[in-house]
Ligand binder design. Sequence first.
Ligand code: CA
Length: 524
Amino acid sequence: MRTIVLILLVGQLLYSCKTEEQENNRPNFIFIMADDHANRTISAYDGTINRTPNIDRLADEGAIFTQSFCANSICGPSRATILTGKHSHKNGITGNGAPWDGSQMLFPRILKNAGYTTALIGKWHLNSLPGDEFNYSKVLTGAGKQGFYYNPDFCINGKDTVTQQGYSTDIIADESLQWLKENSTGEKPFMLFVQFKAAHVPRMPALRFLSRYINDTIPEPKTFFDDYKTRSHYATDVNFKINKYRSLPKDPSGNIYLKRMTDEQLKAYHAVIDPQDEAFFKMKKAGLLDGDKMKSYTYQRFIKDYIRVVDGIDENVGRLLSWLDKNEKLKENTVVIYCSDQSYFTGEHGYAEKRLMYEEAMKMPFLIRYPKMIKAGSRIKSMIQNIDYAPTVLDLAGVEIPDEMQGESFKPILEGNRPENWRKSVYYHYYDHGRHKVGRHDGVRTKRYKLIHFYTDDIWEMYDLKDDPNELNNLYGNPSYNSEIEKLKKELKKLQHKYDVPDWVYKPPYVSFKGINNTIIPKQ
Ligand code: CA
């Protein structure tokens, strides 16, 4: 009898030791998110126009997902989906103007309740401030919650607002490093969200990058001069085409971004931009920028600023990774993720924006390193979506995933064991009807095909992504694709049902207005 009791006690002891060891080995997370960072400006994805050696390290030492998508391609909705693991109609953030209910289920709060220290530094962009889901928050404020590139304002723990001198991407990395130093003692696991404002408009590069690429010619995307034939009127109507360069205002007083620069910063800025603007006016006067030439000129100015701003992100990602390099044990046990709230049209179809369900906007860069689990150099084709991030992080942390989350954990994929029944299609729904003249639409993307429904006026588009990866040839209505279209329609219905999209969203009035042209979904 005594022996049995002893065995039981030893067993119990071993079990509790194991549990404690598991507790101590729970991974830390550094979740780095940029804003509007186009996949093709990360060299691990593309590499034809710029290099991002530091972001690429995550792909080289971990995994890069080539089929990663968002559920609704704009800032607020993507962020809300990441935090909740739910589609927009479930978390209430259908558009940037929708009110944010931070008391709903958020995965940082679940982690915190499970013993993690949680913090968010950088861009937040939801319409109420972070709350008790974070032990610490320091978020950009001002410029309509977008924040400023130069000398930005931050709100700390939902209370005090401070202005910090310097460049937004640098400051967010400085603050993150400081927080990491103080919170990586090993007493508790941590999750830090590092969220850059870059590469969102108005793209203002750091002074040290302003002259970079100045004499280069960056190749235009293949679809830059798209004629939009075969597609819905929305493809033509949208108002985010690259077509007219706007010079830097000489007088900063009417410009909220320039007005806050110091005299020294402004002087350095003008010293680089003004000679280019003078050359622009001369060329324009001489008739050298008529028609398509103006479009091409504008693209050069646009894309160079874009990759300069990305250079600032990459350099600061490098600083965070170098800091981790100094502590091998911490590095081994820390999951580092790099993503953006969505990818971005950087000239494809002549556009500079997101929102539409076309590939460039629907995709999301996603790179992840976790030396303990992920085989270095993995290039993963499985379809993932931003609804999956919350369940995946919880799964990696060994925390139970709430049933109400709509995403799936892709931990098995990270371990190299893709489940047999892993999703074969993703659901997309854009609600912000009329904004930038984009119509409301939902749709389905499978490995090969995409079906888009602009349901407010019942217009369909269908693409064969294998034969037409640039989505130039809308096949909807083409009789030889009828059976494929029917299959896609069935799949779309299935996903609408699976994710519990309410019927009323498809019925007029499609929008309600609250000051700005944003959709508000009433609380249910
Ligand atoms: Ca964004």
